[in-house]
Design a protein around this ligand. Structure first.
Ligand code: SAM
Length: 235
């Protein structure tokens, strides 16, 4: 059986009892970066063997993992942080397990976009998760598509592209829909920044020390949460 095990996205306390139990009892843990996972395992005194499973070896490794599962091994898949398969390796292995009729159990647990979306206060009854936009080729096409979606939009973005992303929101989505940049969820410096795309761009350009860490960018649903002058950065 394959277990998909979410791991903390910043606060090491955010691991469930069940995740710890599974990680300590499986035969093997597949990890995106074995050094990162080793630190987590050390904290919880878990000694299960680790093997790398990441974007660069998943094609070659998947068949071998299916073989181990058919031999009766129990295996857990973890990524560096959050839920495997969500903007992280995992999809290919789960699909292969389903095709090979191997059981898959996905544990509920941390993922960055859920707290960001809920904490933004933007409508979350319906939303569209984009994850990472392509860095170059195809990026504009994605923005044009996103502009047609009236629901709250959720993006993962690197600090290196935040300013570019805010510029693009202004160009493709406009200034009416309010934007929220959520940084460092569950860490000491967790912060929510609200404003129009232009206001946020100006603010981050003035505060380059805040253009760092991990971030989720949320764009409010059409016709909701219109930006007003009173809304500023919420520190
Ligand atoms: N699998 C992860 C999940 O379930 O959310 C996502 C992994 S993806 C490679 C990493 C991206 O997730 C970051 O670039 C950032 O956009 C977002 N992220 C992860 N941890 C975060 C945090 N603590 N605060 C804000 N965003 C975070």
């Amino acid at each position: 059986m394959l277990y998909i095990v979410p791991t903390p996205i910043g606060n090491l306390g955010d691991i469930t009892h069940r995740a710890q139990e599974v990680l300590s009892t499986v035969d093997l843990i597949l990890a995106e970066d074995t050094r990162v996972t080793q630190r987590l395992l050390a904290k919880y005194e878990i000694h299960t063997p680790l093997r790398p499973y990441h974007a660069h070896n998943e094609h070659q490794t998947t068949a071998n993992v299916i073989q181990l599962l058919t031999e009766g091994k129990t295996i857990a898949l973890v990524s560096d942080a959050g839920t495997p398969g969500i903007s992280d390796p995992g999809f290919m292995l789960v699909r292969a397990c389903r095709e090979a009729e191997q059981e898959v159990v996905v544990l509920p647990g941390p993922t960055a976009f859920v707290p960001a979306l809920v904490g933004s206060g933007f409508p979350c009854d319906r939303f569209f998760f984009e994850g990472f936009l392509p860095h170059k080729k195809g990026r504009q096409t994605r923005w044009k598509y996103l502009a047609t979606i009236p629901h709250t939009l959720v993006l993962y973005e690197s600090p290196y592209r935040l300013i570019k992303c805010l510029e693009e929101i202004k160009t493709f989505i406009g200034e009416v829909r309010k934007v929220c940049v959520v940084r460092e969820i569950s860490k000491i410096h967790e912060q929510y920044h609200f404003g129009s795309a232009s206001d946020l761009r100006a603010w981050f350009e003035k505060h380059p020390e805040k253009v760092k860490g991990e971030m989720v960018v949320i764009i409010s649903a059409e016709g909701s949460g219109k930006h007003s002058q009173e809304d500023g950065e919420d520190e």
